[in-house]
Design a protein. Structure first.
Length: 374
């Protein structure tokens, strides 16, 4: 009875202090992902896997349930413990990322997943990203009396192992996502604009050189070639189907279950979910989803504006950068603004690693935006 009362009081306190608007937005986005999984992808299982038609939906439901538990855990920690645990988990997740080129599972020319007994088809980078943001923010906000450019150098060295391991897979999309998050945090910490632009330009030029001159990145080159010249390469077909699906859906869509795009590729419920939604529910629903993301950004950055602690500011900005940039890349790929990257849509796409990763980010955001108790 005593334990039950303690648990009740603990989570009552948690509920009383979290930002309920941000929490509601997260739950709504997860719920939309479940709805679209049920309405738009359930028949894929019976068509391709010869199993019950709700296979993907039930797996998605389990992932979301685990994700919400993860979110509650990270949002309920006290601030000091959150940062301690996150730094420890950063090195654990980095170790798992190190295992990918050794024992990872290769799919379509890329080795990005671990297929362990207790973690089937797990993508470590999704767990690395939220903790990398906290690690970078910890370095940049350090109160030790050292030169700021030394902090920039140390923070850059901190992300190098993750970026190198990602490039070995190869996964340029996630590499860019981590690099953009780092540059965002460095930029808002007050670096000289000339130094920032010079370093950013050299880094992008180096990446382009490696992609077009190293055999390891032939898979990426093929995707880029397909993007600029649709008549070459092997990765343009799915993108073209995606664009056609959005066009055929029009403003209000074909109706629930009436779309055909979900049957034309194995990645439609992950990398091209926005196109599947648009075909069946119309562009108007996509606009509403994007408005929800914008409102999510506004709600968090309103808290950032009022926050006095430099480290918390950096973590919140870095976390939102990961979510926003990933969403923009996903939508950009679906409407053929960017080459295919294999990037999921946060909250909505099917996939355990993606859902757990964005749940950790959401838990961190809810933790750092909750009402401070004196």
């Amino acid at each position: 009875m005593l334990n039950e009362n303690l648990i009740y009081r603990f989570y009552y306190s948690w509920w009383k202090n979290i930002d309920k608007l941000i929490f509601l937005l997260v739950l709504t986005l997860f719920s939309l992902g479940l709805f679209f999984s049920l309405a738009s992808t359930s028949l894929i299982a019976s068509d391709q896997l010869e199993t019950n038609s709700y296979f993907f939906f039930f797996k998605h439901l389990i992932y979301v349930f685990i994700g919400i538990l993860t979110l509650v855990f990270f949002s309920s920690l006290n601030e000091k413990n959150l940062f301690k645990i996150s730094l420890f988990l950063f090195f654990i997740s980095l170790f798992l990322l190190l295992l990918v080129p050794i024992i990872g599972t290769e799919v379509k020319g890329a080795k990005r997943w671990l297929d362990l007994i207790f973690l089937p088809r797990f993508q470590p980078i999704e767990i690395v990203k939220p903790f990398a943001v906290i690690f970078i923010a910890t370095i940049l906000s350090s109160e030790k009396n050292i030169h700021i450019y030394y902090k920039y150098g140390v923070s850059f060295i901190a992300i190098v192992p993750a970026c190198l391991l990602l490039m070995m897979q190869p996964d340029i999309g996630q590499t860019l996502l981590i690099f953009i998050s780092w540059t965002t945090l460095v930029f808002i910490s007050g670096i000289s604009l000339v130094v920032f632009l010079t370093f950013f330009g050299i880094s992008i030029a180096s990446l382009i050189y490696m992609v077009f001159n190293m055999r390891k990145f032939e898979y990426i080159r093929d995707r880029i070639t397909s993007f600029f010249n649709p008549n070459t390469g092997t990765h343009n077909a799915q993108v073209q189907k995606s664009v056609d699906g959005i066009s055929s859906g029009g403003f209000f869509g074909k109706g629930i279950g009436e779309g055909t795009l979900k049957f034309k590729g194995s990645e439609t419920h992950t990398d091209f979910i926005i196109s599947v939604i648009s075909e069946e529910f119309g562009v108007v629903i996509i606009i509403l989803i994007l408005v929800m993301f914008l409102f999510f950004i506004y709600s968090v950055f309103k808290k950032v504006y009022l926050e006095k602690n430099e480290k918390i500011k950096l973590v919140l900005v870095g976390s939102m950068t990961l979510i926003v940039v990933q969403a923009l890349i996903h939508v950009g790929v679906n409407i053929r603004l960017f080459p295919t990257t294999g990037m999921t849509l946060p909250f909505l796409s099917y996939g355990g690693s993606s859902i757990i990763g964005v749940s950790i980010l959401s838990g961190i955001i809810l933790n750092l935006t909750r009402r401070k108790v004196n």
